[in-house]
Write a protein that binds this ligand. Structure first.
Ligand SMILES: O=C(O)c1cc(C(=O)O)c2c(n1)C(=O)C(=O)c1cc(C(=O)O)[nH]c1-2
Length: 247
């Protein structure tokens, strides 16, 4: 059996973009409710509290990838991501800025960082991402970050919608997102270039596409879980955050 023809780099990029167009969480009903102003404060708190775990684990997944990168150039690039998320000791990074967001929504920091209120599905999805990056090839690990190709759009929609629609949300609360609008395109330019350069065989290109589908799925299921627990039917699992019982 002969191996299928490899995609050209343009075709590969088109196929990556088609995955985002179909599967990115910008299409999730929970995202529409969130930016459309149709959630109450408790439901927005539940989103922020769960999403904290994603933010907190991003540096762990980037550190595990950094350790496996073979050249100083690649490591330097990936180290920048760690600084973006962890800060440099003077300027706060993304994790600290996310906690300012949860502060702004009235959540207790110790409660948020204790992860006591986390939905089990959030934990499973985020842990699967960290594990994927640790265990799969460097190529697949880099490719799994490519959902950031689509994040500036969802961030713009979310921030403008939330500021317009919720009186309990301020620009300072959502300040987390401002640097992401320039950091994400920089991250993507590098990662996209890397996968186009390194994935030359069709089988490798299929792995890249599968990694992006996997990542879209894990973002999607996090919103599925929030929707099930806090919107409809509204059944938070035992021990999970309950808006009315915030300590
Ligand atoms: O607001 C969003 O919807 C969104 C999406 C994504 C993404 O697509 O993975 C990231 C972020 N935000 C984000 O803030 C962030 O730091 C980030 C890092 C990564 C990654 O996979 O390395 N994705 C994302």
């Amino acid at each position: 059996m002969t191996e299928a023809r490899p995609f050209s780099t343009e075709e590969l990029e088109d196929r990556l973009r088609a995955i985002g167009a179909e599967r990115y969480h910008i299409h999730h009903p929970f995202h529409h409710l969130l930016h459309g102003g149709q959630l109450n404060r408790g439901q927005v708190q539940a989103w922020a509290l769960n999403r904290y775990y994603y933010q907190a684990c991003i540096p762990a997944k980037d550190a595990s990838l950094l350790a496996r990168l073979p050249t100083p150039e690649l490591r330097r690039e990936w180290r920048r991501r760690l600084v973006d998320h962890d800060g440099d000791g003077v300027h706060p990074g993304g994790v600290e800025r996310w906690l300012r967001l949860t502060d702004g929504l009235g959540l207790d920091r110790d409660y948020v960082t204790s992860l006591r209120g986390l939905l089990p599905a959030t934990r499973f999805a985020v842990d699967a991402y960290v594990r994927f990056v640790r265990e799969r090839s460097v190529l697949e690990a880099v490719a799994s970050s490519l959902t950031e190709m689509f994040s500036p759009n969802i961030i713009s929609e979310r921030v403008s919608g939330m500021l317009r629609n919720y009186d309990f949300v301020t620009a300072e609360t959502l300040a987390y997102f401002t640097p992401r609008l320039s950091q994400a395109p920089q991250d993507v330019a590098f990662a996209l270039d890397y996968v186009k350069r390194e994935a030359r065989m069709r089988a490798e290109q299929e792995q890249v596409l599968a990694a992006l589908r996997f990542k879209c799925d894990l973002l999607w299921v996090q919103l599925d879980a929030l929707h099930f627990a806090y919107v409809a039917p509204g059944l938070p699992p035992p021990g999970a955050f309950r808006p009315e019982a915030v300590p």
